[in-house]
Write a protein that binds this ligand. Structure first.
Ligand code: ADP
Length: 648
């Protein structure tokens, strides 16, 4: 009997010892700073030891729907459990079962005290969980704040009485520093903010809730623009504890702002410098902007005000009824028109453009106004003078026609009697009508010479008339230019002897064929040699040089005569042009020789030009190609040919 009592007591003591050991070991876990999952796993391992049949006891903790359990754990009708209640909310339970059947006691296989033990451990767990949740929330919050602190593009520093205790990467980047440089340093070693320095030093006396400044500083030799904010922290005793500062590098913004400002000023000055008037109005006809000039528009009463478009007109600059600007708003189309101001009588050109927003609605209208009064007057004057010119041209054309008709008639009227004069005077000269004495012969020689001169004049006039009608035709054939030039020079032998002029010929070929019209080509050299002899005084020299040049023959007829001044050369090839009509009286002529020569040369695809110096002499150059592309075979309307030399 004693033995039994001893056994029972002994057994109860043993049981109590196991319970205490379990509580002790679980409490160990609570004191360790374990994550919740490790804590729960530890409890599951240690809890079964405290129960009567600890070798088959298995446990399980369910928390927020998640299970942490020993192997073989199963809930059965005898499972002991205790609810986990955190901050008044049921979040799960702690459970204990036997995985094999055991004798039944008062509550099943478990003892009554064992439920109490489970409740004690669970209630301790609940308290620990409550603390852990708070800790986790705090850690999470700290993590988030650290993230913000480090990731912030703005430099952040925390100082304690002027000594930096914390700073983020952006702060180090702005000042190009390392973390070790900064920690424990004085904030004003880096911050060149004099205003903040003053505020900072005085902040122990004065309550300063917030400070903000913008300034330029030199960091490693380059100028940077910084914006700083500072929030002082004050103790309960109202002493300065330091503060939190934010530093932003706004150099890029500042440069961008400066650039924008420059662009704006440039645009404004360009806009204001425009000669044309520009007015931008909104849908309420209020002027948004304009480069108006006071003489055209009355200025608004208050500077910067947006007056109504029509309040600003000095007079009726723009028609009001119907208003073209309103039309642009209603139609959405650009309009342009001219309008004469009834007051100042100025004519202006208007172009009004719609300005659309992103939705396509017309939000503004831009009027571009240009004073075109002078242009209008010039146009009117031009119109008038064009009409006058057209009339003068018509008059001239009819006069020209009359002249052509007159020349044509004149040739006919002159040729008929001239043919008789020439015929009879030649008969007389040849003594066909009987012998003549010396005086008579002299007289008849003069008549013959003058009649040829007259014939030349009539032929020249006819050439001009036929050329103008466009009916001049050429008959090209192969001509030996050598013999043609020799024959032409021979025509001037008598006259050169008469004036004691020496004619030098220098032709560098014996024969040279070109395609030309025999009659007209001859005419060129007759005219040019005639001028050379005519404008050279007694005892002077005339030269004729000819040489081949590429696919052409180049002929130069020179003289040592009176020469031509440079200013007169450009006009020489004009019809009837004579340099000095009074001196021409001495030399004779009609001003057609060079004009006709140029027409003939160009009809042969050649060129003619003059080089001369007043008082020294003249060189006339003729360049004639060897071949012509077309052969004009149509009959010649004018068979002008000089059988005899033209005499001066
Ligand atoms: P004109 O019958 O008057 O000679 P041209 O057409 O042959 O008509 O010449 C026009 C004018 O050019 C001449 O009146 C003369 O003033 C000037 N002129 C032409 N050739 C010479 C020259 N060799 N020397 C000086 N002046 C010349």
């Amino acid at each position: 009997m004693w033995i039994i009592i001893y056994d029972k007591n002994h057994h109860a003591l043993e049981k109590r010892e196991k319970e205490l050991e379990c509580i002790y070991r679980v409490s160990d876990l609570f004191d360790m700073h374990l994550p919740i999952s490790s804590l729960l796993k530890g409890i599951i391992q240690r809890l079964p030891n405290a129960f009567l049949y600890s070798d088959v006891a298995v446990s399980c903790i369910i928390l927020d729907g998640k299970e942490y359990k020993s192997d073989n754990f199963k809930i059965n009708s005898h499972t002991l459990f205790s609810d986990i209640i955190v901050n008044g909310n049921k979040r799960g339970s702690v459970n204990i079962s036997y995985c094999e059947e055991r004798p039944m006691h008062d509550m099943g296989p478990f003892l009554k005290e064992e439920q109490r033990l489970l409740d004690v451990i669970t209630s301790r767990l609940c308290k620990v969980l409550e603390r852990k949740y708070v800790e986790e929330a705090l850690l999470d919050s700290e993590r988030r704040h650290r993230l913000i602190f480090d990731a912030s593009p703005i430099g952040i520093f925390v100082d304690k009485k002027g000594v930096i205790t914390h700073c983020n990467k952006s702060f180090l980047k702005i000042f190009k520093l390392s973390h070790n440089d900064v920690m424990g340093a004085n904030i004003f070693d880096y911050l060149d903010d004099k205003r903040l320095c003053k505020v900072f030093l005085g902040s122990s006396e004065k309550h300063l809730p917030f400070y903000e400044n913008e300034y330029s500083a030199i960091v490693y030799g380059s100028e940077v623009y910084l914006r700083s904010y500072y929030v002082p922290i004050r103790s309960r005793e109202d002493t300065s504890e330091g503060g939190i500062g934010l530093i932003a590098d706004i150099t890029a913004n500042k440069n961008y702002e400066d650039e924008l400002q420059n662009q704006k000023e440039l645009l404004t000055s360009t806009f204001n410098a425009l000669q044309d008037l520009i007015i931008v109005v909104d849908r309420n006809m209020r002027i948004v902007t304009s480069n108006w000039k006071s003489e055209e528009m009355s200025m608004p009463q208050q500077p910067g005000a947006h007056p109504d478009l029509f309040e600003c007109f000095g007079h009726n600059l723009m028609p009001c009824d119907p208003c073209p600007v309103k039309k642009v708003f209603s139609t959405g189309n650009m309009t342009e028109f001219e309008y004469e101001d009834p007051v100042d009588k100025k004519t202006r050109d208007f172009r009004i453009f719609p300005v659309h927003d992103t939705k396509g609605d017309v939000v503004m209208a831009v009027s571009h106004i240009r004073d075109i009064t002078v242009r209008k007057q010039t146009e009117e004057a031009l119109k008038k003078s064009t009409v006058e010119l057209e009339k003068a041209y018509e008059d001239l054309k009819s006069l020209d026609k009359l002249k052509d008709e007159f020349l044509s008639n004149l040739r006919h009227e002159l040729n008929t009697p001239l043919t008789s004069i020439k015929g009879f005077s030649e008969l007389l000269h040849e003594c066909a009508l009987g012998p003549l004495n010396e005086k008579q012969m002299d007289a008849i020689e003069r008549v013959v010479a003058k009649s040829y001169k007259l014939q030349h004049l009539i032929d020249s006039l006819l050439f001009v008339s036929v050329n103008q009608n466009g009916t001049l035709k050429y008959n090209f054939e192969k001509i030996d230019i050598f013999s043609l030039l020799k024959d032409t020079v021979n025509c001037f032998v008598d006259r050169s002897i008469e004036k004691k002029i020496t004619i030098h010929t220098d032709i560098t070929f014996d024969s040279c064929f070109i395609e030309a019209d025999r009659t007209y080509i001859n005419q060129i050299f007759l005219n040019l040699l005639d001028n050379a002899v005519k404008f050279t005084d007694h005892g002077g020299n005339v030269t004729l040089e000819a040489f081949e040049e590429a696919n052409a023959v180049h002929i130069v007829i020179g003289d040592s005569g009176i020469g031509i001044s440079e200013s007169n050369i450009p006009g020489l090839f004009r019809k009837f042009y004579q340099i000095d009509s009074s001196s021409t009286r001495n030399y004779g002529g009609n001003g057609l020789g060079l004009y006709i020569s140029k027409i003939i040369v160009e009809s042969h695809k050649g060129q003619i030009w003059i080089e001369s110096e007043k008082g020294k002499g003249t060189d006339v150059h003729v360049l004639l190609p060897f071949e012509q592309k077309k052969n004009h075979t149509s009959p010649r309307p004018y068979p002008a040919r000089y059988d005899k030399p033209i005499l001066g």
